[in-house]
Ligand binder design. Structure first.
Ligand code: ANZ
Ligand code: ZN
Length: 867
């Protein structure tokens, strides 16, 4: 008996898979299985292992089911960490990134994944970002990319713009420690807001997406009214401005208005505040608006101006966002909680106008209801009142029904080096000029000087940024900003099927045969924005006739996180596993104090010392074991708790299957074909076949993309393997037994591919030598011999209903010769029992009821009731 040594067999198969040619143009239905591509940080972590195992298992099932599966892999390789590594270690981002990619690729291969490496891509390669720049130009041509002033985080010491992640909780720069300022700078934007409605509606096509709700919130579609309030004019106002518009979704609360509030950075603010109050009010407003939204506490200041219709004061308030609606609200403290808090704080009147069906409580009643104290909408319900107010506002020319979106345009400028350069040129004469398409890509310089860099390191690269204006040929300057990495990842799935195309971003033909993506797999944490941006870009390209489908992703599977075992001492301090006794046991103790430690399960992280590097585990137990554990331990969407005992268990199970195949004995078969053997099977063999087929059916339910219940699938396989090893002695070694074992191997392969393939070949030899059967053998549509009878040529089994011996008997229920239903009854029931069971069915109650029954005839599979 050869021993199960994962390391050697896994290596063998991995080499084969790496060299096995795969053609994308095969004559089979295409199936595009996509996994969110990783940032090449250097090493695979457990989360990667989980998601890539899942996608590989799905792909292998689909391949066996006869699809031309396309499972590509690539690298989201631009971004800050490379630049940070450069700053910290004095290496260039390019080299650092390439090394990381190489290492992680070898780790992915070591995991037994079967990716289409021929179509590998990396977003920091010029062959890729050339087309990211092309995409930018396409957007620019259609007016979808534009520049405007926007607030950025500004580090006054380093004189540089910081990403939000680079500002700590106290609002200080991560590098210089300076208090970060808000500064207005010219930035590039994509006009995603123009697609807000389309993106919101498209969500309905995406049934089963676990995050449609999040996307909905993000897009934030609201229907309401834009309403104009006239402002009182005083000599201090210089006659401007005369009115202010608010956006409200609750026009029915019109008569509850007790103030108007505008954003503290509202563009009209300076004109609304009378001149003699400027010195008092404006600095306060500047203060309020400089705070991050999360830190605002409902501060405000009276502007000194009144709205006249009705006569209410106008305030500037920090909870009113200048970016949403009109940047101004009508304050209805009785029915809006934020207005209520504000009114309490500044002593403004609270005027209820909607009846609260519950007992009066503290705070605002935000529900709907009957309107009161409201003149011409009195007594109406909220819905009707809203319609009436909107209609009247429109008739009187005071307002307009409006749809507002929370979604803002997408700021894509980054003042960074390691990103795709924005392909624009600034000329003193011609203004902003796009780089001509034939000049793409605008290459990043290979090396830059990070030292003493004040803004983007590109700002130090005079040779790089000085260029000729494409229009007038005078000396001009390149755009220094690079693109947000979300732009890179917003279209990579379109590039994959055509990754080597050097004439266009992707061909329409490839697009048509591969998209939309059939299943998209990834973590949800950072995916909301990614999915939104991808859907936007895809829609845009669809409108430009570049893509065929409207939506890029059909099914989305989001996997849960991997948690690690975490130890805390009695002070709540995290302990390393080596600081506790018996770390994998039930009651580990703090080595220093001898006290019991607090165990918990938390997201793996360095600071909690609960991270587990997958590589040594794979090296020790094998990739098949780790894959089996990952799929078995938890349902895909749930948190998975890392557990070394589970690894050991998975390894033991695979070892058992290993010896099951290798210790197989042979009873020479008296039958010359498989079909004959099945036909003439003994009762015990029939029983085994029936059970195997039941498990095949269960397997098929588990692995469907809608269910993706791989944890149940593995449990099911464990049962199946027990069943086979517990088969009666006289069945073992027979043809039916061997077929069952081979069926198990096919089902196991997507989960543990190396051992599956290895044992299949071992079983092949047996098949040939002992039974002398040729390759064309098929069984119930389950196996296809193929030319060489390789596992990859087999067909994923579909249950053969004929072989499932149901322990129940199914009868058709006929009432006066009309079939009214069916009933399944245990085979052991006699006529009397069967009759009683029929009388309890709904069918019987419905069609027979109190009517007199003349006769009940039970014969064959029919129960005949004669009335
Ligand atoms: C009056 C009112 C009365 C409101 C009431 C609510 C309840 P959504 O659903 O999120 O679209 N609002 C409008 N523009 C705002 C801005 N720029 N900053 C902060 N708040 C703003 O919210 C719409 C409601 O949010 C609007 O309806 C407005 O308050 C407020 F009983 O108007 B409402
Ligand atoms: Zn010019």
């Amino acid at each position: 008996l050869p021993t199960y040594e994962p390391a050697s067999i896994e290596k063998k198969w991995q080499q084969r898979w790496a060299t096995e040619p795969r053609s994308l143009s095969e004559d089979k239905p295409a199936y595009y299985a996509l996994t969110m591509f990783p940032y090449p940080s250097g090493y695979l972590h457990m989360g990667h292992v989980r998601v890539y195992t899942l996608s590989d298992a799905i792909s292998r099932v689909k391949r066996l089911q006869g699809h031309n599966v396309f499972q590509p892999m690539g690298w989201d390789s631009f971004g800050l960490p490379a630049e940070n590594a450069a700053l910290d270690r004095g290496v260039q981002p390019q080299g650092w990134t390439k090394e990381n990619i190489q290492h992680m690729k070898s780790q992915l291969i070591r995991l037994g994944t079967h990716f289409d490496w021929e179509n590998e891509l990396s977003t920091c390669d010029p062959e890729y970002y050339k087309w990211t720049q092309w995409l930018f130009l396409e957007l620019y041509k259609k007016g979808m990319a534009y520049q405007k002033e926007a607030q950025v985080n500004w580090d006054p010491i380093d004189q540089t713009v910081l990403a939000n992640e680079q500002v700590d909780g106290e609002g200080r720069s991560w590098r210089s420690g300076a208090v970060v300022e808000k500064k207005m700078m010219r930035q590039w934007f994509f006009r995603i807001t123009q697609y807000a409605d389309v993106l919101s509606e498209g969500l309905d096509q995406l049934k089963g997406w676990p995050d449609t709700l999040l996307q909905k919130n993000w897009i934030g579609k609201s229907q309401g009214l834009t309403l104009r309030f006239d402002l009182e004019q005083t000599p201090q106002h210089d006659g401007i401005p005369t009115n202010i518009s608010v956006f409200t979704t609750r026009a029915d609360t019109l008569f509850g208005v007790s103030f108007v509030a505008i954003a503290a950075d509202h563009p009209q603010l300076k004109d609304i505040v009378p001149r003699h109050l400027h010195a008092d009010v404006l600095p306060l407003c500047k203060d309020m608006s400089s705070k991050d939204v999360e830190e605002r506490r409902g501060q405000g200041v009276f502007t000194g101006t009144y709205a006249v219709h009705p006569y209410v004061p106008v305030w500037a308030a920090d909870y009113v966002l200048s970016q949403y609606g009109t940047g101004a609200v009508m304050g209805v403290p009785a029915h809006d909680e934020r207005d209520y808090q504000f009114a309490k704080k500044y002593d403004l009147p609270v005027i209820p106008v909607i009846k609260n069906p519950n007992l009066e409580g503290e705070g605002a009643y935000e529900g709907q209801g009957e309107v009161f104290g409201s003149e011409w909408i009195d007594g109406m319900d909220s819905v009707e009142a809203r319609e009436r107010v909107i209609k009247r506002a429109q008739d009187d020319g005071l307002g307009q029904a409006t749809t507002s979106f929370k979604l803002r345009d997408w700021l894509v400028s980054r003042q960074r080096y390691w990103g795709a350069p924005i392909p624009m040129i600034h000329c003193t004469d011609c203004g902003v000029v796009p780089v001509p398409e034939e000049d793409l890509p605008v290459l990043l310089p290979d090396e830059v000087d990070f030292k003493g860099s004040r803004s983007s390191p590109l700002a130090n690269m005079e040779e790089w940024y000085n260029c000729k204006c494409p229009k007038c040929n005078k000396t001009a300057k390149r755009e220094l900003d690079t693109m947000d990495t979300f732009v890179d990842s917003s279209w990579y799935f379109l590039r994959f099927p055509d990754a080597k195309n050097d004439r266009e971003a992707f061909s329409k033909k490839r697009n048509e045969s591969f998209l939309p993506v059939d299943v998209y797999i990834g973590g949800i944490e950072h995916a909301i924005l990614h999915l939104l941006y991808s859907r936007f870009i895809h829609r845009f390209l669809h409108d430009q006739k570049h893509t065929v489908a409207e939506e890029p992703f059909v099914n989305l599977i989001t996997q849960g996180m991997v948690h690690g075992r975490t130890y805390k001492d009695h002070n709540g301090k995290f302990l390393k596993p080596e600081e506790v006794t018996d770390p994998h046991g039930q009651e580990p103790k703090d080595m220093k104090t001898g006290l019991p430690v607090v165990l918990s399960s938390e997201k793996m992280s360095k600071s909690k010392y609960n991270g587990v590097d997958p590589q040594p585990i794979i090296d020790k137990y094998g990739a098949d074991t780790v894959r089996t554990f990952m799929l078995f331990k938890a349902p895909v969407e749930n948190v998975l708790e890392w557990d070394i005992h589970g690894i050991i268990g998975a390894h033991r199970w695979l070892s058992r299957i290993w010896s099951l195949v290798h210790t197989q004995t042979c009873i020479p078969s008296p039958h010359s074909t498989v079909l004959e053997a099945i036909e003439k099977a003994s009762e015990e063999e029939r029983d085994l076949m029936s059970q195997v087929q039941t498990h095949v059916r269960a397997m098929n339910e588990c692995v469907s993309v809608e269910r993706h219940g791989f944890n149940v699938a593995v449990a099911n396989l464990m049962k199946l393997s027990n069943l086979i090893s517990d088969a009666p002695e006289k069945v073992k070694g027979g043809l039916v037994y061997t077929l069952s074992l081979r069926c198990l191997l096919v089902l196991l392969t997507p989960i543990a591919p190396h051992i599956g393939h290895e044992l299949w070949d071992a079983s092949n030899a047996f098949w040939r030598e002992k039974f002398g059967l040729n390759y064309e053998t098929t069984w119930a549509g389950s196996f296809h011999g193929g030319k060489e009878n390789k596992l990859s040529e087999q067909r994923w089994p579909v249950e053969d209903e004929k072989l499932i011996v149901s322990k129940d008997h199914v009868y058709a229920v006929m009432i006066n010769a009309k079939k009214r239903g069916t009933i399944s009854v245990s085979q052991t029931s006699d006529e009397e029992e069967t009759r009683k069971l029929v009388e309890q069915t709904d069918t019987y109650k419905k069609y027979v009821g109190d009517k007199a029954v003349k006769k009940v005839i039970i014969k064959g599979s029919v129960i005949n009731i004669v009335l």
